[in-house]
Each structure stands twice: as structure tokens, then as C-alpha cells.
Design a protein around this ligand. Sequence first.
Ligand code: GLC
Length: 664
Amino acid sequence: MNQKNSSNFFVFFCFIFLVNAISFSQKKIPVYKDKNAAIETRINDLLKLMRLDEKILQMTQWTYGKNDNPNNFEEKVKELNPQIGSLIYRSTSPIYRNQIQKKAMEESRLGIPILFGFDVIHGYRTIFPIPLAQASSWNLDLVKKTSEIAAKEAWLSGVNWTFSPMVDVARDPRWGRVSEGYGEDSYVNSVFGVAAIQGYQGKNLSDKYTIAACLKHYVGYSLSEGGRDYHYTDVSRQTLWETLLPPFEAGVKANVATVMSGFNDISGVPASANHYTLTEILKEKWQHKGFVVSDWGSIKNLTNQRVAKDLKQAGLKAFLAGIDMDMVDDVYKNNLLKLVEEKKITIFQINNAVRRILRIKFRLGLFDKPYVDELSEKERYLQEDAISVAKELAAESMVLLINENDILPLKKEFKNIALIGPMVKDSIHILGSWAGKGKPNDAKTIFEGLTNEIGAKSTLHYAKGCDFDGDDTSGFKKAITIAKKSDVLLVFLGEKSSWSGENGSRSTIALPKIQEDLIFELKKTGKPIVLVLSSGRPLELYRLHNKVDAIIEMWQPGTFGGIAIAEILSGKINPSGKLPITFPQTTGQIPIYYNMRPSAVPKMGHYQDIPIEPLYQFGFGLSYTDYQYSEINISSSKIKKEQTITAEIEVTNTGNLNGKETVL
Ligand code: GLC
């Protein structure tokens, strides 16, 4: 062979070798790892390779890291199994999270990524107003923005899945979790739930900074009897379809990635073992393609609810009803294998559950991009946009309930202003329940906010007056002393954050007696009183509302709520919030909500000892200015099926201050 031929041969040989090497290496990459293959193809390929024990681990979720939620004190941290399907991730470190993920990608047989979840309910480290407050803003775009920011902070901390939004239509404010949803109306919960989902999930789940959302608690949990958390719920078909399901249907239509089943017993069939709701409605009728996760131990709880004689039967009932992933109680891990061996569950059924879980992991891009960026805390949290959105939404969520003689905004002639109450220097309760990884020392207190806002023009006098509860009235004396030398009294009262949220049921929605007594004593000074309330629920103001000159419900407004309330009191911001939930006259008037079905004899049958109407209606909220509404102009007096009509109102600001107005 001459020189030229041998070099051609050599080139040809290298080419063949290269092609083989590439195809050989390509042959080595299984389809499920091929990022160019379709997701469903990758799922089918992976399911074929998985063993039954690996499939069951994918259906299992544990917690990992310190559990710091007081209502959720049970903690299970185990020697990490790299094949675990999901972890509730309680650290904030992306580095630590990536190390765990690396273990899953490299030490498990098939390299299936772990799905890291966390309760990002109203912010991750930057804490926004509680969801009930967010609904008071009636600002869907801002709520969506809030969820986008929360998703980014969570993603940068290693979290790919939030157990939010909660869309339980709530009409009994004794139930502490009324704070976590969007109030008493089905439509309001639907539109805010969708806004939150869109904010969390973005345009594409595999994009950076987007996280999977989770609609909860499916379904009817808010009807817990007497407002007692975790209790029986009597749910008629009418109420189920007319009131409770629409927000979940809206969320499924908005492509929510996951749904969480509730703790509650739905008229004898618990939500976590309810084939009708979980499979016939959610998966078959609505075609939900994501997966269902149980609530914390809600499968094990089926034995408490006496629908399962033991954990094995609980696992069987939950699985056959449609629960795909088991949150922290290990019922699936300890029983599904046996149930398959006993032919009570088929591999086909197991595959369907695992398929849904893998689908979300693929959609999140976790197989191809399993790791998150490793930025510093300073780069991850409390960025410019987070701070400005948190302040803006806090201000827009606050509701002006009374403003006698326009005592607000604070007048220039108020040279001496008293700041009284347990909320004035608080930085804990202002964050609300489920405050994620929010830190009290990030929070601006009301005292700091007012000092910045009006401290230069007025002298501020502070007295705590009393604690949130108890019977120590020794602080009243100093409060009365500073009141007497002040022109106006700003009194900040309310609830501790643990009084609402999970396991936050209360037999009365009135403030503790000591707080009411403080108002009665201050009233005796004859000074005008502005009462500002921080709470996670509507409050009973029956004895207070005619003792004060103004009331603002500021809810639990989050990290920057102290600045927002100061800017509202000073008039820099004109309050625009409106109630998404009714304020009853008294606890005894519960349930009372705007669209109650009509009574047979409307003028009779009401409580004889209190007024018929609630104290503040759904949708109520004042402004510092006045608005004039024109007559409603409707595009047509008839409407056919599938047709729409437009109702128009012209709104005129007839006052002398700019403002925002939501036309309900
Ligand atoms: C809790 C709550 C649920 C939360 C879950 C994980 O018990 O009911 O809303 O998302 O457990 O913490």
C-alpha cells in the first residue's frame, strides 16, 4: 500500500472508530437520560428499568433538616436513602441540597433526582402578607409577582416544589387556617389560586427560578366542624360542586403540577381515601396529569378516622383512592410491597402513580439539570424587587374599616402622638403563621416605620400597655400617662401568629379581655383613638368599634408591614384594601357570609341579641377619598349559553386625594 493510500486508510479508520465510539457511547445513554427524547417516552423507558422497591421509594416523602414549625412539631429525619422520591427540605443551603442531590444522581442505581419541597406559603425569606391579606388587595398581578419572587428565593435555596396555594373556601374564622386561603368566596379563591400558580410555575416548569405548585387541601377541609382543625366535615354534593371544587378545577385548568389531599373526613369518606374526589373528579373528569401527595400523615390518620383497621389497610385505601405520594408517615414504604404480593394492588396501578411523579420531575428538568445555583445568602434573599413588592402588597392589603371625622390620615397638627400596644415593637407576629424562612430581625417594626415616616414632624411617645393576653394590667398606667400628653392615640393590638394557621382554632374570635380593657381605659382619656389590628382572621369588634375613631385591619403584613402601615397612617398611601371575608358582629354569629342561601322568612329567625347584619360585609373597605359610581351599563339584557356580556361602571374620584378602587 503506497503512502497516500495508507494515510487515506488511516483517516478512514479514525472516522469509523469515531462513529463507533460515538454510537457506542450513545448506546450507553438510556432513553430516559436522553434530553432530546419526549418526556412520556423517557418515563416509559425508566418505568421498565425500575424495580418495585425503587418505585415505592419514589412514592415516599421524608423531611430533612430542622423542623421549626411549632404546629408541625413531629420531625422525621432519617439516614438519607438516595432513592427517596422527595424530601421536605428545611435547610436553606443550596450547597447542602446539591450534595444530597448528587448522592441521588450518582449513588442510586438509576440516578433519579429527589424532589425537594417546602411550605413557601407567603414568601420564602422575604415574607409577604398572609394569603387572606393578599386577597384584600384584589390585585392579581401583584400576587402573581409575589409568588414569582418567592419561587426564585426558594429555588435558589434548593426547593423545587411548594405546598401552596391553599384555596380552601373558608367561612368559619374560628378555624385558624382561614389565614392561609383567600377568604369566603369561591371565585376569589379561584382567581388568586391561579395567580399564585402562574407566579410559582412561570411559563415553563423547567426554567430556572420556577417551582412546582401544589393546590391544597383537596377538598372541603375548611368546613372542619366548629372550626376545629382536622375535624369531620359535613359536605353536601351541592356545596362540594358549587363552592368547594371550583377553585381546584381552576387550578387544574391552570396546569398546577400537584394537589395535596386534606386531613378531613368528607361526610364519612376521608379526603385522603376518597376515590370519588381524588380519581373520578380530579384525575378522570378534570384530567389532572400531575400527582397527588397526602397531607402530613393523613394516610396513617385514616386509622384515627376509623376507616382503616391498621396501617396496611390505610395504605391500600389511600392508594386505590388516588394518592400517589405518601408524606412522611412511611405507610407506603412499609406496606405497598406486601399489598402487591397479595395481589391487592397491581404493578400497573403502581406504575400509574410513579408515572405521575416522574412526569413532574421531568417537567421540572431535574433529570437534566439536577442542581441549583450556589449563591450567597445576600444574593439569594431580600433583593430590591422583593422589598418593593412586599411593601406595596402589604399596603394594598390593609383595610380601613372606620375613619370618623376623617381622623386619618394623621394631621400635621398632631404634634404629640402616642404609640401603644403589644404590636408596636413586634417583629415576630407581624410575619404571620407559615412564615417560611422569614427572620424577625429582617422585619421593620411599626415603631421603626412610624419613626421614619412621622418622627421628624411629631414627637412619638411609646408604651406597650399590655401583652397579647394574660391579666397583667400594670402597663396600663404608663399608657394612660403618655395618652394624656398626646393629641392622638395609635393603638396596635391583635393576635400572636400561632393563634391562626394550622392547629390555630379558637373558641372565640374576640381579642383577649386585657386588650379590650386597655381600649376602655384609654377611651376614658377622651383622646381620639386609631385602632390598628394585626390578625390572621376576622375579629369580633362588637365592643370596640364604637369606642374608637378609626380602625385599620392590617392582617399579618410580613417583613415590611411596619413601613406599609406607617405610610398609610401618614397618608403617603391611600388605603384601598377590601375584605375577602365577612367580619361577624360576634363569634356567635358564625357562620355568616355574603352569599348565604336565602332564609324562608328573611325578616325573622335572626339572633335576637345582636344586629342582623355582620359588622363589616365581604367587600367592605374605606378610602381617604370618595368615589362616585355611575349606573351599571350592561351590553345586553339577555345572555345565551357560552355567550358573555359586559357590565360597565364609571368610577369618579370625587375627593381630593389620589387612590385605588376595586369595583366588586
Ligand atoms: C401540614 C399542613 C400542610 C403542609 C404540610 C407540610 O400538616 O396541613 O398544609 O403543607 O403539613 O408541612
